[in-house]
Design a protein around this ligand. Structure first.
Ligand code: NAI
Ligand code: MG
Length: 494
């Protein structure tokens, strides 16, 4: 086991860890706290302030004050970008610290956080900082008889409610465009994983981001989250998580007439034609199932495989899954960590049971995994199921290392199977025939289609979902930056 860095032990030993509101570190107004655990052994990791309505009020007021003080919104774009670059540099410099905090809180392998999540946060801050310098905020509109132009300005206080699967990465993807555009933010991280977001605020302070520009209220969904979603001081809302809670957030924002971005779950399909290199395709799909222990909204959880190669894909994937090293995130050889919580493990195992009861066949049997020395951890084995397309495991998001396999004969049947889903986030198509791959990519109804790969997120390409997967746009593109600027037109008769 990798030892804890002294900086991480120091950070965790505050009792409780405080929220960050208006540039101060505060306890909850009612003194409430909650515990966060290490999912790798189920043990106590840290005690954290449990915010609720009064703390949300304070955070929204602090963010509003910082917005009105004009020390952020009115900075020249260049100066704001310099501060965001400074923050990105600090994220890079503390990469190992942040990665260890993330790994301990979510259970993901330290190496994955260090080489994936954390550097991506820095890249995202830089991407939007640079973009903000080059995007035009005033543009002439050519109409006869009028002098007209459009102007874009930040909204004010933007609120964010995040889930636990990629805690700091989602904070980066979420707030970087809002901040670069000149807004101020209030963040409610998931109760399972508050730690990296709090440490990130220390770096924001060190980078010189003015007080009140970034505020964090830690706490539960039904208290802190619900209070934030319906707060009258919020000008824009963003939520990532389950469709059930997404609907509640949408209702609250509808009532307040606040624009809302909902990033909900997915049931990603991978369509595999029989002209692929079976070996590399099956390995890539197996890797997509075990990535982040399957707790990835867009990953490949329905494999739709042309009949001639079905058994070969299955055989290779089965071997790859069996070879995946499951263990504690702090063990250097670990490739797949535990699920985030006992609640999530219960949910995943429940799906496997119900799927089988509804007639799915277990091709690779999942279930609890016991890891020596970490008996209290929330480990599961990867699973592959097969059966009819109306099985619960083919329809609903499981959020664990599970895929549902279905054979197909021709292209039209494959596309129809993909589009049976109520979700519409991301799918992939695998074929050596690029003309066919492009045709299928366009025919799949979703926010994203990938060709001969799954889970691609280059900065600059919009990423988001439709239908049960959400609404209101995506992340990581110039459009996302514009989402955080309200448009205004100015007209004078000539
Ligand atoms: P969740 O939707 O309950 O939690 C996500 C966030 O919403 C957390 O910060 C939570 O505190 C907050 N929240 C919960 N109830 C709230 C309320 N009434 N008002 C305001 N905020 C509230 O998701 P949960 O229970 O953690 O996971 C359940 C399932 O949701 C997963 O199995 C998965 O299928 C899906 N999910 C999808 C994610 C995605 O990336 N799209 C991420 C996490 C979960
Ligand atoms: Mg929850």
């Amino acid at each position: 086991m990798m030892p804890m860095f002294p900086e991480v032990s120091r950070f965790l030993k505050d009792e409780p860890l405080k929220m960050y509101i208006g540039g101060s570190w505060c306890d909850a107004a009612d003194g409430g706290t909650f515990e966060t655990v290490d999912p790798g052994d189920g043990r106590f990791l840290a005690r954290v302030a449990s915010g609720a309505g009064a703390d949300v009020d304070a955070a929204a007021a602090a963010a509003d004050k910082a917005f009105r003080a004009r020390g952020w919104a009115d900075l020249p774009a260049n100066d704001r970008a310099v501060l965001l670059h400074r923050l990105a540099d600090l994220v890079d410099r503390r990469r190992d610290i942040l990665a260890q905090i993330e790994s301990l809180d979510v259970g993901k392998p330290f190496t994955h956080a260090r080489d994936g999540d954390i550097p991506n946060v820095a890249q995202t801050l830089r991407y939007f900082a640079d973009l903000s310098v080059h995007m035009r905020r005033r543009e002439p509109i050519a109409v006869s008889g009028f002098d007209a132009r459009s102007v874009r300005a930040p909204y004010g206080v933007c609120a964010f409610i995040f889930p636990w699967n990629f805690p700091l990465l989602l904070v980066g993807w979420g707030i970087a465009p809002a901040l670069a555009a000149g807004n101020t933010v209030v963040i409610k991280p998931a109760e399972e994983t508050p730690l990296s977001t709090l440490y990130f605020c220390k770096l924001a302070e060190e980078a010189g981001i003015p007080s009140g520009v970034i505020n964090v209220v830690t706490g539960f969904g039904h208290t802190a989250g619900a209070a934030l979603a319906k707060h009258p001081g919020i000008r824009r809302m963003s939520f990532t998580g389950s469709p059930e809670v997404g609907r509640l957030i949408g209702e609250a924002c509808g009532r307040n007439l606040v624009p809302v971005k909902l990033e909900l779950g997915g049931k990603g399909a991978a369509v595999v034609f029989d002209d692929v290199d079976v070996d590399s395709t099956a390995r890539a799909l197996a890797a997509a199932v075990t990535a982040n222990t399957g707790q990835v909204c867009c990953t490949a959880t329905r494999w739709i495989i042309q009949r001639r190669v079905f058994e070969k894909v299955l055989g290779t994937a089965e071997k790859a899954l069996a070879a995946t090293r499951i263990g504690h995130g702090s063990e250097p050889e670990t490739e797949m960590g535990p699920l985030v919580s006992e609640k999530q493990r219960h949910r995943v195992l429940g799906y496997l049971d119900r799927g089988e009861k509804e007639g799915a066949k277990c091709l690779v049997r999942g279930g609890k995994a016991d890891i020596k020395g970490h008996e209290g951890g929330f480990y599961v084995k990867p699973a592959l199921l097969s059966g009819p397309p109306d099985n619960i495991c083919a329809r609903e998001e499981i959020f664990g290392p599970v895929a549902y396999l279905m054979p197909f004969d021709d292209e039209a049947e494959a596309v129809a199977l993909v589009n049976r889903s109520a979700h519409g986030l991301a799918n992939s198509v695998w074929s050596a025939d690029l003309e066919r791959a492009n045709r299928v990519a366009e025919a799949m109804v979703a926010g994203n289609s990938w060709i001969n790969a799954h889970n691609l997120f280059p900065h600059g390409v919009p990423y988001g979902g439709w239908n049960l997967s959400g609404m209101g746009g995506g992340v990581n593109s110039p459009e996302t930056f514009h989402d955080y600027l309200r448009a205004q037109s100015i007209v004078r008769p000539l």
